[in-house]
Design a protein around this ligand. Structure first.
Ligand code: ACM
Ligand code: ZN
Length: 535
């Protein structure tokens, strides 16, 4: 009797455990996911076969990631598809980011519209592998057919490495997190009041002066008068920048550098005080907030400096878009500056708002002549913008709505949903959240609830390129803390970007509990609140 029972239990276990329903697994949610018959077992002998050489690296990255799940690293070969293998190929009749993933008894096939599409298919395969049973270094995948493509072309995450700096390895790890969630844009915030973080060969003093602050405020900015008495800073060398851009490219992530102007420029002004309206002296900022000291818009030397900086930036960053800031530029200095006032008069401008437009449009034109396009924060709308500028809406969604109504492209990053430096529970003190931006909480549910099209008719919606989360680091000094703010909220953003029109929070929440196991396997740090039922 005992033996019969054991046999019955064994039969139930094999069928029940192996038949994983992958519709409840992948984040962001795929367009369609249909279970098939039987399963395919990945063992240490299974080979990843890349049909073209350009897919081998994607296969290798997958093999490295899968090692965390399987305990073994698979071999990757350039080879035509075969039964018994994980086969990667491109079919250019599909859309570029589209992919099909098929697991059958005979093998696994991923076909993408481009290499990038195949890479996304591999992320889905990794997620279903992590949700499947592993036994003696073999992984049983249930048969499934997944057809998938993103809704929005732009799915981004911003990382501020100015308020606090992070190592190249940490920046790469940030990119790893984005890759897992099919995020395809990395917005790298590189210049600020509190530190200049990119080596510019023509201006070596930026790396010596602008990259360092004398001390840093401790605690809440408005309340604290305590400083740490410790010099702080650093810069990414051009070789390091190239390394990061190449690392992102292997993961099919475009890097958008942000060089801030005309505001958030105190580190540059400290290095070259003649670029400010008063001529300084200035000091790289040691606290947070908005400085009144911004680039002088009247002096030609300001534009020479910016063009020289951008010349080197363009050599480092191949992607079409360059972010030129434009936010939080108080007009106080411009109002009192004879150079700026002369510029207003000479150019027939109405006021300082139009002077900012002159500034941004002049730099934009210079970039356009070199084949690039600009992104600016929503303040660039004030005083008028050119038709070709893309607006990043951060003070809520109204900037993006206004841009789309004008026929300008917009990226939705409203602070109400997408500022992941804000607390993530409604009671941060009670829940033990580390000190953060206390403006208002942005819970996982809140991030998930973003509707980038709200307030726009169908014709206007076509100007919404996509969505992004922003991670400012005034209160975030360690990479563990970075991950704690990024995860799991970036997953919610990813689902809006990829699966818009196919979202369901409760369903997402269930899948997050499964994805969490992969976070653990990959050693990602994540905030515990949502997983513990706290909002
Ligand atoms: C911003 O948060 N100042 C764009
Ligand atoms: Zn001036």
């Amino acid at each position: 009797m005992k033996r019969i029972l054991l046999v019955i239990v064994a039969i139930i276990c094999t069928t029940a455990v192996y038949a994983v329903d992958y519709t409840n697994v992948i984040v962001p949610r795929p367009v369609s996911c249909e279970a098939g018959e039987g399963d395919f077992v990945i063992s240490s002998k299974t080979v990843v076969r890349a049909e073209v050489l350009s897919l081998v690296r994607a296969g290798e990255i997958f093999a490295e990631d899968l090692e965390r799940v399987l305990g073994r690293e698979l071999t990757v070969k350039k080879s035509s598809p075969r039964a018994g293998a994980i086969n990667l190929s491109v079919d250019s009749t599909l859309e570029s980011e589209q992919y099909m993933l098929k697991v059958t008894k005979a093998g696994i096939w991923i076909v993408g519209g481009s290499e990038r599409g195949v890479f996304f298919g591999l992320q889905s395969l990794l997620q279903i592998a992590a949700a499947s049973p592993v036994e003696k270094s073999s992984l049983a995948l249930s048969a499934v057919t997944i057809a998938d493509k993103p809704h929005f072309e732009y799915r981004g995450a911003m990382f501020d490495v100015c308020r606090h700096i992070f190592t190249v390895d940490e920046v790469k790890r940030y990119i790893d997190i984005l890759a897992l969630h099919k995020i395809n844009k990395f917005h790298w915030h590189l210049t600020e009041d509190q530190g200049w973080r990119i080596e510019i060969k023509r201006y070596p003093e930026l790396s010596q002066v602008g990259a360092y602050r004398n001390e840093t405020i401790i605690g809440r900015n408005r309340k604290s008068k305590v400083y740490d008495d410790t010099r702080y800073g650093g810069v990414f060398t051009q070789d390091e920048v190239r390394e990061v851009v190449a690392y992102a490219a292997e993961r099919y992530i475009d890097v958008i550098p942000e060089i801030e102007m005309p505001g958030h420029a105190v580190a540059a002004l400290t290095t070259y005080p003649e670029l400010g309206c008063t001529g300084g002296p200035y000091e790289v900022w040691t606290r947070w907030g908005i400085s009144k000291n911004i680039f002088c818009a009247g002096k030609e030397s300001t534009f020479e400096f910016i063009e020289n900086v951008l010349t080197e930036v363009l050599e480092l960053f191949p992607y079409k878009y360059i972010h030129i800031g434009g936010d939080e530029a108080p007009r106080d200095m411009w109002k009192r500056c004879p150079h700026c006032q002369k510029r207003i008069k000479d150019e027939g401008l109405k006021d300082e708002n139009e002077l900012q437009s002159y500034f941004m449009e002049r730099v934009e034109k210079w970039l356009n002549e070199r084949g690039r396009s600009i992104i600016g924060w929503d303040e660039i709308l004030k005083g008028g913008i050119s038709k070709s500028a893309t607006v990043m809406s951060w003070r809520g969604s109204k900037g993006g709505i206004a841009a789309a109504k004008l026929g300008n492209y917009a990226i939705m990053t409203p602070n109400t949903h997408c500022y992941i430096d804000y607390y993530q529970t409604s009671n941060p003190a009670e829940n033990g959240e580390p000190l953060g931006n206390g403006r208002f909480p942005v819970t996982l549910r809140k991030t998930y609830s973003l509707d980038p099209y709200a307030g726009l008719n169908e014709q206007q919606q076509q100007y919404i390129k996509g969505v992004q989360v922003n991670l400012w680091t005034e209160y975030i000094a360690t990479f563990d803390h970075v991950q704690h703010m990024l995860l799991p909220r970036v997953a919610a953003l990813a689902e809006t970007g990829w699966s818009y029109g196919n979202k369901d929070y409760d369903d997402f929440a269930r899948r997050m509990h499964i994805l969490r196991k992969l976070y653990d396997k990959k050693g990602f740090v994540y905030a515990p609140y949502f997983f513990n039922g706290i909002e």
